[in-house]
Write a protein that binds this ligand. Structure first.
Ligand code: SF4
Length: 455
């Protein structure tokens, strides 16, 4: 029997336990006899560094939420950046020894780092370098594994093995090929492996996933779905996960869920008397009656991928949505009792000032049914479909800049429409207009789990 330690790394928002490691832990437990443990070092880091904020977010009062969260956001951004710089300069980041000790005292045979966000790559880099040094000095003997969507070319050579999914992981630890049909994929996830009351929320908010990836897979700016085939998870283990967790608040972290699948989920969720939130694409199949059914099953908030108020830009994004239908969905959702959060992307290549203003107009004209606006500025990402055909989007002068820990950074220019700088400037100019529409503190965009902690 091997001792396996799964580690979640700093930095990401410590608002809920990690889904990725919980899923891997539960799969390995259901399909092997090894001893498996999980460490959430991201939570540990934030507990050590920001205990006063942890206490604040765990209370229900939340006086001065906007001010406190803005302060927290600034202080964490500064801390993360300083620590990343330390890693780049060959120094150890904060609490490095304490966190490493937590790993080594477990004396694992196999140590796996999960890198879900690129912000976690710096601690991964630093830990792997140190562990390799300790191995060379024969002070420890451990096989290191790395996995997750943000693993990059700089990290892979530092680990003994890079594994892409849970089946590859199991095959590696068993040292043999395993027939998929012999595996148990129908198991509930076990969140009891964490101290759920330690996260930065007044009550635990549990992340759930109901499918492997987005079923739509067409938005030209998106890299989320990669080459993963779309598969829906069985409803029974989802139900069992919720029951076993004994919790009441769930964030469905799927990028997108089809409306009919949501109806099937709602049937399962309604008798459990829970509250839940999810992310959706505003298409016309989200009718008032469907949204009302979802609301009655506990759906309190939806983050809608609205992106733009210009139909031309939506078409260019291949969002597959119609402006008039988006507006109707927001209205129906609001009327059904659901809180609406809108994702807006400014500065999509070729977007003009007039089209930017069309988006502002859509938000203003429909402000009574919008509770929170989450804006971003378009960025060109490695693997995005738009990169296959940049000239179609007037993208010119693409350059790749080498980085030490992260993958290459892509910069670009446009031959028509707003530049990135102009879009950023316009967003700044319309900051107040956007903020006046929000019913929730704008800083809640930083802690989306808090949408489930409001009542
Ligand atoms: S943006 Fe959302 S809907 Fe579009 S492909 Fe990506 S995950 Fe799917």
């Amino acid at each position: 029997m091997k001792k396996i330690l799964l580690v979640y790394l700093p930095f990401c928002t410590p608002a809920s336990p990690p889904y990725s490691l919980t899923s891997l832990y539960s799969f390995l437990t259901a399909n092997s006899k090894h001893s498996i443990k999980v460490l959430d070092l991201n939570l540990q880091f934030h507990q050590l560094k920001f205990p006063a904020y942890q206490k604040y977010y765990q209370t229900k009062e939340w006086d001065n939420y906007e001010f406190t969260t803005k302060e927290y956001q600034q202080i964490t951004e500064k801390t993360y950046s300083e620590n990343n710089k330390k890693v780049l300069h060959g120094e150890k980041p904060d609490f490095f020894s304490e966190l490493l000790r937590q790993i080594t005292e477990q004396k694992p045979d196999l140590l796996a780092f999960s890198v879900v966000y690129s912000s976690q790559a710096f601690y991964a880099y630093s830990f792997l370098e140190e562990i390799n040094r300790l191995k060379e000095e024969r002070k420890i003997n451990v096989t290191t594994i790395i996995g997750g969507p943000a693993v990059n070319e700089k990290l892979i050579p530092l680990a003994d093995k890079f594994l892409k999914n849970e089946v590859e992981f199991l095959q590696f630890i068993e040292g043999k090929t395993i027939d998929h049909s012999s595996l148990n994929f129908s198991f509930p996830l076990d969140f009891s492996i964490y101290n759920l009351n330690a996260y930065f929320t007044p009550h635990p908010v549990i992340p759930l996933k109901t499918s492997t990836t987005c079923y739509y897979k067409q938005c030209t700016f998106c890299t989320h779905y990669a080459n993963v085939p779309y598969m829906e998870y069985s409803l029974e283990p989802i139900y069992q996960t919720i029951v076993k967790s004994q919790q009441k608040h769930f964030f469905l972290i799927d990028d997108m869920i089809p409306s009919q699948r949501l109806l099937a989920l709602a049937k399962v969720l309604k008798p459990l008397n829970i509250k839940w939130a999810c992310q959706l694409r505003p298409t016309k199949d989200f009718t008032y009656s469907l949204l009302k059914t979802l609301y009655e099953s506990g759906l309190v908030a939806v983050i809608w991928g609205v992106e733009s108020g210009s139909q031309r830009v939506l078409n260019l994004m291949k969002k597959g949505t119609k402006k008039e239908e988006v507006i109707q969905v927001l209205k129906d959702s609001h009327q059904a009792g659901i809180k609406n959060v809108t994702y807006i992307m400014f500065g999509f290549p070729t977007e003009t000032k007039e089209e930017f203003l069309e988006t502002i107009g859509l938000l203003k004209d429909n402000q009574e049914c919008i509770d929170l606006i989450s804006t971003s500025i378009f960025g060109l990402q490695q693997g995005a479909p738009i990169l296959k055909n940049p000239e179609e989007y007037s993208i010119i002068q693409i350059t790749e800049v080498e980085r030490t820990v992260l993958d290459k950074k892509i910069t670009y220019n446009v031959s028509s429409g707003l530049t990135k700088e102009e879009a950023t400037l316009l967003r700044k100019r319309y900051k107040k207009t956007i903020e006046n529409i929000n019913k929730y503190p704008k800083t809640m965009n930083f802690f989306k789990e808090h949408l489930l902690c409001l009542n």
